[in-house]
Design a protein around this ligand. Structure first.
Ligand code: ZN
Length: 300
């Protein structure tokens, strides 16, 4: 069994951090991540730098990275200007996203959910017309910090709309880290059934320490793409008290042990996490970079 990992550290990990990394540093992070065998990196987001100053200079990041053949370099967009910028910067894959409640849509993008849905579909169509692979990420699929529980039927319906517009895959996002494993068991198969043949992935945060349990349950339930961020860095500028994504190296450790192929070198990933901790000036939330891989010490 093989799954696709996408490191979202350079985007989700850094977008709300107290530390500002310059485009050259972010490009170095992307290069170090791609060198570990990761098949996909969400390198940038094309959002208004006034709204998200940490993501300023996305085009410069994209033009600075050393593109490794076979690696998909993705960029997140929220609107038409972002799509134009993503195409101009020649990303391999466009990540379109919107959250599934009116209140979160208002705070995130200043639109209603209906408006966000139409924009999302137009962006998918525009990216496909430009010849790009497209991922649709449905925010707050497992719960909203403002409106509470989200109807699983609504999530499935929006997944169907995204695929009808041309999305190559759908990612269900636990944006604020409230989900529990039984939600994965329910929602992943329901989504897969609604968009038969189109892959379903998960974007998980470990805000309440359920992220890895959710990943294991989601894997068993049929999810084949997982977002994670190196070191467990992360948050959301529009979500109160949202903390980091699941850590890529912790997820790889778990998947390795379960016999699931990722193509990623865990030792290399741990070195990137240690390097990034040095750049950020603090220990990152993940645990495997502290404990190391499982190597018995021996008794002789
Ligand atoms: Zn996130």
């Amino acid at each position: 069994m093989r799954i696709t990992l996408c490191d979202v550290g350079p985007r989700d990990g850094l977008q709300n951090d107290p530390v500002q990394l310059e485009p050259a540093q972010r490009a170095e992070l992307v290069d170090r991540l791609s060198a570990t065998g990761l098949p996909r990196v969400e390198a940038v987001s094309f959002v208004n730098p006034k709204a998200v100053p940490r993501m300023a200079g996305a085009a410069e990041v994209m033009s600075t990275i050393n593109r490794k053949p076979g690696v998909i370099y993705a960029g997140l967009i929220l609107n038409g200007r972002g799509l134009d910028d993503a195409i101009a910067a020649n990303v391999d894959e466009v990540h379109v996203a919107y959250p599934l409640t009116n209140t979160f849509c208002r705070k995130n993008q200043n639109v209603t959910l209906d408006e966000a849905t139409v924009i999302g579909q137009q962006l998918v169509e525009g990216a496909k017309a430009a010849g790009k692979r497209v991922t649709m990420t449905l925010g707050v699929s497992f719960g909203c910090p403002f409106e509470g529980p989200v109807d699983p039927g609504l999530v499935v319906e929006h997944a169907r709309l995204a695929v009808a517009a041309g999305a190559d895959e759908v990612i269900l996002a636990d944006t604020v880290g409230v989900a529990v494993p039984t939600q994965m068991t329910q929602l992943v198969p329901a989504t897969l059934a609604a968009i038969s043949g189109t892959p379903v992935g998960l974007h998980l945060h470990n805000t309440r320490n359920t992220g890895y349990a959710n990943a294991a349950a989601g894997l068993e339930a049929g999810a084949t793409i997982f977002d994670a961020s190196i070191g467990g860095l992360g948050g959301c500028p529009f979500a109160p008290r949202a903390t980091g994504n699941i850590a890529t190296e912790d997820l790889v450790y778990m998947l390795d042990g379960m016999g699931v192929e990722t193509g990623v070198d865990l030792d290399e990933l741990i070195r990137v996490s240690e390097w990034l901790g040095g750049v950020m000036g603090r220990d990152l939330p993940g645990l495997v970079h502290r404990a190391g891989p499982f190597i018995p010490v021996g008794t002789d």
